[in-house]
Design a protein around this ligand. Structure first.
Ligand code: AVJ
Length: 315
């Protein structure tokens, strides 16, 4: 684990321009900062998808094309706090659908918190938490041969470039059977005035979230990044719909990372690219899906048309 972190940091900082992988945002501090981000007034993504789960619940359920009497498995990639999923679980429960809910997450802690919470608010829903890698868990669930609905919410797919996203969805399909469903939640391309503030909030939480990468390198790899000499910088290109986050060196400086045994020079204004948060439209989604074994069924949007849940069927 730490060896992979070291290797990827080394590779990233040797790149031109320099990069660092966004997956390393999520340690204990990063998880907590992301929860804060989801509650920020500027971060509309969570509220928009919650709007769908709250107010278009019946459309979602219809799109799953389930028979109330026959059992299915509802599988969520990334447990989160279940805020959105609870709306769906509540409706499925009230309508007497027969299902088990399988939240998958790498964090055992996140899963146990979710299970605890659900046992209180939805005691009739059967929750089977699955700790581990998405694809390993899916491979094990494939054996059951039961109809499946997979949830991949929050525009998490947006951290991948389109090629990786298609590969990821193709790999999901490889663990499913014809007729199984995938609900893919994505942020839609929209104007800069709305997107940029979501990645550049007033309280500086997103800045902390981004700079936490350097903090981790300092703590875990013996780096000597001076966090006062780097700043968070988001960018958004309305034409291609891609938001990017950077860490910018505010001065000319050299940083040493002990466990890598290397020093890295930064020019004043030099950027480290840390994240892409891709936004989509129908054409982009169709292009991605064309590379997979899914077909596009339904698109369900929030009242402002900021966000879409696309329902795909494995063919
Ligand atoms: C969790 C990947 C959907 O890209 O919007 C939030 C992560 N980064 N603020 C996103 C994130 C900066 C988020 N995703």
């Amino acid at each position: 684990m730490i060896e992979t972190f070291k290797k990827e940091v080394k590779q990233g900082l040797e790149n031109h321009p320099k990069t660092l992988p966004s997956k390393y945002f999520y340690n204990k501090i990063g998880d907590a900062l992301f929860v804060e981000i989801m509650n920020l007034p500027e971060y509309y993504l969570t509220r928009s998808e919650l709007d769908i789960f709250q107010n278009k619940t019946q459309d979602l359920i219809s799109a799953f094309q389930l028979k109330p009497e026959s059992y299915f498995e509802l599988i969520e990639l990334g447990a989160g706090d279940g805020l959105k999923t609870k709306k769906l679980l509540n409706a499925l429960d009230a309508q007497k659908f027969s299902f088990d809910y399988f939240p998958i997450d790498i964090s055992a802690n996140a899963l146990s918190l979710l299970k605890e919470d659900l046992s209180e608010v939805l005691p009739n829903v059967s929750v089977k938490t699955q700790q581990g890698d998405y694809f390993e868990v899916l491979a094990s669930l494939k054996e059951s041969n039961k109809p499946k609905v997979i949830l991949f919410l929050g525009s998490n797919i947006g951290n991948m470039n389109d090629e990786k996203a298609a590969q990821f969805i193709y790999n999901l399909g490889a663990n499913l059977k014809p007729g199984d469903k995938l609900l893919l939640g994505v942020d839609l391309i929209k104007s800069k005035d709305i997107v940029l503030p979501a990645y550049n909030d007033n309280q500086g939480i997103t800045a902390k979230f981004n700079l936490n990468l350097l903090e981790r390198i300092n703590n875990e790899l013996g780096g000597d990044f001076n966090l006062n000499q780097f700043k968070h910088q988001p960018e958004y290109n309305e034409d291609d719909g891609i938001a990017k986050s950077f860490i910018v060196s505010t001065t000319q400086q050299t940083v040493h990372i002990k466990s890598i045994g290397a020093s890295y020079h930064f020019e004043a204004g030099e950027k480290i690219h840390t994240e892409i948060s891709r936004k989509y439209n129908d054409a982009l989604i169709e292009q991605i899906i064309a590379e997979t074994d899914f077909k596009l069924d339904t698109k369900i949007m929030d009242s402002k048309a900021y966000f879409a849940d696309y329902i795909l069927t494995r063919h």
